[in-house]
Design a protein around this ligand. Structure first.
Ligand code: BGC
Length: 720
């Protein structure tokens, strides 16, 4: 009989389990963070005793916004040597790090990458990220972060793919494939970790770590699709979220961690808690003691305890006293050991560091940055601008390096990142001037504005305004930046705003005074080069918004896939009546899927392969083919993201007014056209009921194809 890898791993896991003492067993469930020098010996002893299953390669809870220092490969190899050679069963440790959107080469923040609508490029980016990080001892990255988010005040919106379940699912798949590849045991691959399971992005009021209320109907249709997709792509680990849903902390919820994650979604890897989340159960008010926290989390299905040692300190006694069943502990260990075998850690526990050639990585970071930036406004073809003009570049981000990299950048180097000014200087053939920003620079700013033919403003928010624990109550730019816009506008010259941001900024009162708006995000190592090349027309912008840009922060939550209330409250799709707000119009400033180009595209009516199909045929795998002709009627060769939405106008449950179901990014030379084809089938045309059952219902489906979610380019289709 053929022994498969799976059988081989199972046999090895069981052999090891049979040999392990209770202490070592619990040790496998224990993740500690990188020791500090003053507790190094104590830490090494823990490793020697088999009490450390994994190391979190960072220091402190919010690794994304504290200096972590560079990785010392020899140091980690030595700790690993102790685990392998000196611990009783010689089980290698697994080293995890928050390699979120880059290692040394920094790619755009994930929200910006989602704006590229280019999953192939995202996958490529993450394969390079894995290559760089694995070369520095990392086995496991805590990415993709796939928390759907409707609230841009939340600092962590930068880490995820935005407001849409479908974009989230595509992003999740691309990242998992890029990080893990076809064979995760390869030295240049990492284990991925889908996080934060689940609902963290719904933190009330956009306040980090806050409570959430999520109905099962919304859970299945909005919050789970990205996790379903990550699991389908083979993600090896999942991180449970800090938050509760409807009063149940995820960390102690058997419903979320076992019934849904394992039984419904079919996840087979291991679950790691978030940082100190096990002990946090007591503070969340569902456990009396640490021992209770430990018991509840383990019984819920949480395998590895990140950092707080709650399992290590309590589980032995709980098992010995018969309060926790050893069977539950063994199952958690099985989940972890299987992944250690799959990662090849038993065969190759050490990191053989080599010098990595990064030019291809940087090139891809540049392409990714170019495709992520979104042109939001371009009145009278203000952009692109001539390089030969007198250009003034002003604002707080003219000389900025670190912020361009974005939050959750642990290993990227600000000093290796070009500033916007440096990039512009090397591109212009005319003259470029700047002035110090703000209070002390207003006089020279006035004369620079006076001198210039065209004014470019480098605006936005600092990296440290975003990320974990970095929420804001207003999504705006500083008063001084607004003043700068007014001063520039008063000159009567063309004013271009380039926004280096991590989150959507409420644009009312800002964008009106600008002739052109380029949303450049925090796009990583190549932010400045990409923004500069877009301004001068060397690159034609092609990003589209994965998240709505509201007019005012007070309109939050504002997202495109809302249901119809039956009363006119929905400004998103043009119902500007007083029933919504009597003091403002809550239409998006820029809607989901929106983004301009330097060219223009004309869409034909979509045509369908058939006007109707039966549920049985759909179940049997038949698909509906939709094609649309897209013509580039402008003067630039360019890429367009063709988007397909559906709307089910009559269903058992209210369905969103638009749901993105497919997109394709296509290159169309000027004057030419392309027929873009989609196929949608059973898995696209239905939805989940609150009990997790997926249904497709009879009736009309509206199919809309266009360049953003407001498209009315529609065909009707019947499900029989
Ligand atoms: C964050 C996680 C992160 C972990 C380890 C937590 O505070 O929520 O996203 O992976 O720390 O740094």
């Amino acid at each position: 009989m053929k022994i498969t890898n799976k059988d081989y791993y199972e046999q090895n896991v069981e052999k090891l389990l049979a040999k392990m003492s209770l202490t070592e067993k619990i040790g496998q469930l224990n993740q500690l963070e990188t020791p500090k020098l003053d507790n190094l010996e104590e830490f090494k002893n823990k490793v020697r005793e088999g009490k450390v299953g994994s190391i979190l390669m960072s220091v402190g809870a919010t690794a994304g916004n504290t200096e972590q220092g560079t990785i010392d490969v020899d140091f980690y190899n030595e700790l690993q040597r102790i685990a392998v050679e000196e611990s009783p069963c010689g089980i290698p440790m697994i080293f995890g790090r928050d390699v979120i959107h880059g290692h040394r080469t920094v790619f755009p923040i994930p929200l910006a990458m989602a704006a590229s609508f280019n999953p192939e490029l995202i996958e490529k980016a993450y394969s390079f990220i894995a290559k760089e990080a694995s070369n520095e001892s990392v086995h496991w990255t805590f990415t993709p972060m796939i928390d759907l988010c409707h609230d841009p005040r939340w600092g962590r919106i930068i880490e995820g793919p935005g407001e849409d379940p479908y974009v989230g699912a595509k992003f999740a798949e691309a990242v998992v494939k890029g990080v893990q590849g076809d064979d995760v045991s390869r030295k240049d691959k990492l284990l991925a970790c889908a996080k934060h399971y689940v609902g963290y992005g719904a933190s009330e009021g956009g306040r980090d770590y806050h409570r959430t209320e999520i109905s099962d109907y919304s859970l299945f249709n909005n919050y789970l699709p990205a996790f379903r997709s990550a699991i389908k792509a083979g993600v090896k680990t999942v991180m449970s979220a800090f938050n509760d849903i409807n009063g149940q902390p995820i960390t102690s919820s058997k419903y979320y961690l076992t019934d849904i994650l394992r039984n419904h979604l079919g996840f087979e890897g291991f679950v790691v808690s978030d940082y100190d989340a096990v002990c946090q159960l007591a503070r969340q008010g569902v456990a009396e003691s640490e021992a209770d926290c430990c018991k509840m989390a383990l019984n819920a299905g949480l395998d590895m305890d990140m950092h707080d040692s709650c399992y290590m300190d309590n589980l032995i006694k709980l098992v010995e006293d018969g309060i926790v069943d050893i069977g539950a502990v063994d199952d958690a260990i099985r989940h972890i050991l299987r992944i250690k075998f799959q990662k090849g850690l038993f065969d190759n526990p050490y990191c053989q560091h080599t010098t990595i050639e990064r030019s291809e990585h940087l090139k891809t970071a540049y392409e990714m940055a170019c495709e992520s930036m979104v042109l939001l406004k371009n009145d009278n073809q203000t952009l692109p601008i001539e390089k030969s003009q007198k250009i003034a570049v002003l604002g707080p981000f003219v000389h900025e390096r670190r912020s361009l990299l974005g939050s959750w950048t642990i290993d990227g180097k600000a000093e290796e990142t070009q500033t916007f000014f440096e990039e512009l200087s090397s591109a212009v053939t005319g003259e470029l001037r700047t002035s110090p920003f703000g209070e002390f620079g207003w006089n020279t700013t006035a004369s620079t504005i006076e001198w210039a033919d065209v004014i470019v403003l480098a605006l936005g928010e600092e990296w440290s305004n975003t990320g974990e624990s970095r929420c804001v109550s207003d999504i705006t730019i500083s008063a001084a930046q607004k003043e700068l816009i007014k001063k520039a506008k008063a000159s009567g010259k063309k004013v271009i705003g380039v926004f280096f941001c991590g989150r959507p900024i409420a644009m009312q009162g800002i964008a009106e005074d600008l002739d052109a708006v380029l949303y450049a995000w925090h796009c990583g190592s190549k932010t400045a080069a990409a923004a500069c090349d877009i301004l001068f027309g060397d690159i034609v912008p092609s990003g589209k918004l994965p998240v709505t840009i509201p007019r005012l922060a007070t309109h939050i939550p504002l997202y495109y896939n809302v249901t119809s209330s039956g009363r006119p409250v929905n400004s998103y799709y043009g119902e500007h009546t007083g029933a919504c707000y009597i003091d403002s119009v809550a239409a998006p400033y820029y809607p989901f899927g929106y983004g301009l180009s330097y060219t223009e595209f004309e869409y034909s009516k979509p045509s369908l392969s058939s006007k109707q199909i039966s549920i049985t045929d759909l179940k049997n795998g038949q698909k509906v083919k939709i094609s649309v002709n897209v013509r580039n009627v402008g003067n630039y060769d360019a890429k367009e993201t063709v988007q397909l939405y559906i709307h089910d106008p009559v269903a058992t449950m209210m369905r969103p007014l638009r749901e993105l179901k497919a997109f394709k990014k296509v290159f169309i030379p000027s004057g030419q056209s392309k027929t873009v084809e989609f196929e949608i089938g059973f898995e696209d045309l239905g939805y989940y009921l609150s009990n997790g059952k997926y249904i497709v219902e009879k009736g009309v489906i509206e199919i809309l194809v266009g360049s953003d979610c407001l498209t009315n380019n529609e065909m009707l289709f019947n499900i029989l």
